[in-house]
Write a protein that binds this ligand. Structure first.
Ligand SMILES: [Zn+2]
Length: 392
């Protein structure tokens, strides 16, 4: 990204960060307010309606010949892509990087469809109001959100697509001890995982995105699982001639609301758009894409070393699952014990190590955490029926 300086962009990020979105639980009504006040350079239209009749909005910007379609939050509880899209809209609206914005405007036309699944976002669930996973509905097209997304794609016939998701926070990057804060993928368009010119262009754009972002998040960006899914949108849009780029937001220490990840997500999209506008991606090779480390699963949310269980010293790994609150405005985290034994080569967001642990309560594999962990009479961690009641 010769055209944009990431240090300067991070310094100025506060100017673009959309202040109305501060956690993962914003709703369709919040978005409607933002869309109603967009500057005149953005055109808006209704692309369809959700099952519960919430509007699906299409925002267009730019006059260039290269058509880029960006859509987010097909899964209602995957909120980071939408945050980053509104940061991008603010970036394009401000007069800070005028030359770069002018280049984007002349070379590209952006078609932005934020929050494809507003009913899911309302409940903070993956699925829509009909309990359908929209991203497994490409073939049957039973959900109105699926119908709208397919219709808009067919009408635009975009050259490039950005498919914006969040992944499980337990993905890590192969060969590192770190969470996969971001993952990228050029989805396959067939079972053989073939590469044609369409998919190749997506791979090369990703190679450039990785080159720009990896120094900012060293060891924390991986390639997402490359398996063909015939019911998914990315795979089908790739087949239909749109060079499709998947971005997944994963985990980052002490960033459960993804406000740090959001910055790097925004920068990833911007790096991708800049690569497309300057055609700089063509200077990259397939090797640059293939050499991006893969995702693996070698981290826990919490790892405790040196617990004496039945007279032997073991490590225990705990993970939480999130369930949305009734009103979709928070989640409840329930911790369970997911491994016991030699976990020396595994990692976690939070690691505890001591030779002097006292455990009050019971530790049982695959059951909810329900114990206190004390170190010289200080309580380090306290779990009550899976809920983390206190943490030193
Ligand atoms: Zn998703």
């Amino acid at each position: 990204m010769k055209n944009l300086n990431t240090t300067s962009l991070l310094e100025n990020y506060a100017a673009f960060a959309e202040p109305a979105i501060r956690n993962r639980f914003y709703k369709h009504a919040d978005l409607e307010k933002l869309i109603a006040h967009l500057p005149a350079s953005f055109k808006t239209s209704i692309a369809g309606y959700s099952a519960e009749h919430r509007s699906l909005n299409l925002i267009t910007w730019g006059d260039g010949p290269v058509k880029v379609f960006l859509w987010s939050q097909m899964h209602g509880d995957e909120a980071t892509g939408t945050m980053a899209l509104f940061d991008l809209i603010n970036f394009l609206s401000l007069d800070i990087y005028t030359e770069q914005i002018e280049l984007l405007r002349k070379r590209c036309s952006l078609y932005i469809m934020p929050m494809v699944n507003p009913d899911g976002a309302e409940r903070f669930t993956r699925r829509n109001a009909q309990q359908i996973d929209i991203n497994r509905d490409f073939v049957k097209v039973v959900a109105p959100e699926t119908q709208a997304l397919k219709k808009i794609h067919a009408a635009i016939k975009p050259d490039f697509g950005f498919n914006l998701h969040d992944q499980n926070t337990l993905w890590s990057v192969c060969g590192t001890n770190k969470p996969a804060t971001l993952s990228y993928l050029a989805p396959a368009y067939d079972k053989q995982l073939s590469t044609n010119s369409i998919r190749k262009n997506a791979m090369l754009v990703i190679a450039e995105m990785f080159k720009v972002l990896n120094p900012l998040l060293p060891g924390q960006i991986g390639l997402f699982d490359d398996e063909y899914e015939e019911r998914a949108f990315g795979d089908n849009f790739q087949m239909a001639g749109t060079s499709t780029i998947l971005i997944e937001a994963g985990g980052f220490r002490n960033d459960e609301e993804k406000q740090e990840i959001r910055k790097y997500y925004f920068l990833s999209i911007l790096a991708g758009l800049d690569a497309i506008a300057t055609a700089e991606y063509q200077e990259f090779s397939l090797k640059d894409y293939i050499n991006i480390p893969k995702n693996d699963k070698k981290i826990f949310h919490i790892l405790i070393h040196g617990i004496i269980l039945e007279g032997i010293s073991v490590s225990i790994g705990l993970n939480y699952e999130e369930t949305p609150a009734q009103d979709g405005s928070a989640t409840l985290k329930t911790y369970s014990i997911q491994d016991i034994g030699d976990l020396d080569k595994l990692y976690a967001y939070d690691v505890y190590q001591s030779d002097e642990w006292t455990v009050i309560g019971t530790i049982k594999f695959n059951e909810n955490a329900n114990f206190d962990l004390l170190d010289s009479k200080k309580t380090i961690l306290s779990f009550k029926n899976g809920i983390l009641a206190s943490k030193l």
